[in-house]
Design a protein around this ligand. Structure first.
Ligand code: UFG
Length: 327
């Protein structure tokens, strides 16, 4: 299959590229390198530096490489920044994505896998969260993903463009070659590991007065290789004539911020200092996925559900790449 991967130089994109390449698929990567890393994509793969909102470029790539499907990762993904600079998020994640979709459908590409998010649910009213849970995002990032899901529904009805929207819970972990490297880094596990190797003096715990057993927020951490596997299965689903759908990707078990820190302490053998700070705005106390639909539709089951395995993989990658992709 000839597949265009936007954002293939990013965290989840690069791991999905790695997996598709292992399967022998023909891949083309498009990334504007605003957050991605050129070093995260094999030099032997066709790579374009550019925006998904460049319709002429998209159409040219489709013609030159016989593109049949697109996996769309490219997006801004800092929740806090989306609150202070919503224009940036709506312009990129929404407007440019619509341009991408139009360029694809005008070029005859009718299979699309979309990086959506559990952020489309907003504050959950029940746990675990299945795909029928009401969606009411609480930040512009979540709204940008929510709105593309609605665009995709309309495009299936009107233009037969079929899609799978994958609603990730908390992506974490690494393969031996690709891992998580953001600047700035806001995510919990990378920051805990930065505190473990001395890059940070301590890790901040944002709030310990939530209605959870230890007072800290609970999340469903999902191994990035399992996320990548779900993208490959989604492509197979669409290639086999499958209809559009939205699918949660999580392990179905939740871990608190303190669980993560304690697990990282035992894996790294480091003390990892932590300090309790104020709550971070917009953090729901608990997010846990019901991923039954992923199994029913894609036959997907997480291969690495254990928190220890997830954190160990991230730590191993960090030890092997102390400067991330900068070295
Ligand atoms: N946290 C800390 N200290 C840190 C970083 C995070 O205590 O240094 C806490 C957060 O407050 C939160 C939990 O750890 O309670 C997880 O935070 P992350 O930033 O790692 O992940 P989020 O759950 O905030 O974000 C993830 C995805 C987003 C997505 C969001 C949906 O990264 O893209 O889930 O809620 F939008």
């Amino acid at each position: 299959m000839n597949v265009l991967i936007t954002g293939g130089a990013g965290y989840i994109g690069s791991v999905t590229v790695e997996l598709l390449r292992q399967r022998g698929e023909r891949i083309v990567v498009l990334d504007n390198l605003s957050n991605g890393h050129r070093e995260a994509v094999n030099i032997d793969l066709p790579f374009y530096t550019g925006n998904v909102g460049n319709a002429n470029l998209i159409k040219q790539i489709v013609i030159d490489h016989g593109i049949e499907a697109c996996v769309h990762f490219a997006a801004y993904a800092y929740v806090g920044e989306s609150v202070t600079d919503p224009a940036k998020y709506f312009e990129n994640n929404l407007t440019q994505t619509i341009t991408l979709l139009n360029a694809l459908r005008e070029s005859g590409v009718d299979q699309f896998v979309f990086s959506s998010s559990c952020a489309t649910y907003g504050e959950p009213i029940r746990i675990p969260i299945d795909e029928t849970h009401p969606q009411w995002p609480v930040n512009p990032y979540g709204w940008s993903k929510f709105m593309i899901e609605r665009v995709l529904e309309a495009y299936q009805t009107a233009y037969d463009l079929r899609s799978v929207s994958l609603r990730y819970f908390n992506a974490a972990g690494a393969t031996t070659v690709h891992g998580e490297y953001h600047d700035p880094e806001t995510h919990l596990i990378p920051n805990v590991l930065r505190a473990a190797n001395g890059e940070l003096e301590y890790v901040s715990v944002f709030g310990n007065d939530y209605p959870t057993p230890d007072g800290t927020c609970i999340r469903d951490y999902i191994h990035v290789s399992d996320l990548a596997d779900a993208h490959v299965r989604s492509l197979d689903h669409l290639a086999g004539g499958g209809m559009s759908t939205e699918i949660n990707l999580g392990n179905g078990s939740g871990f608190s911020v303190l669980d993560v820190i304690n697990t990282a302490r035992s894996i790294t053998g480091n003390q990892i200092r932590s300090t309790i700070e104020d709550r971070r705005g917009g953090d729901p106390p608990q997010l846990i996925a019901d991923s039954k639909r992923a199994y029913e539709v894609l036959g997907w089951k997480p291969g690495f559900p254990e928190l220890e395995v997830i954190i160990r993989s991230a730590w191993d990658w960090k030890l092997a790449h102390p400067a991330g992709y900068r070295e």
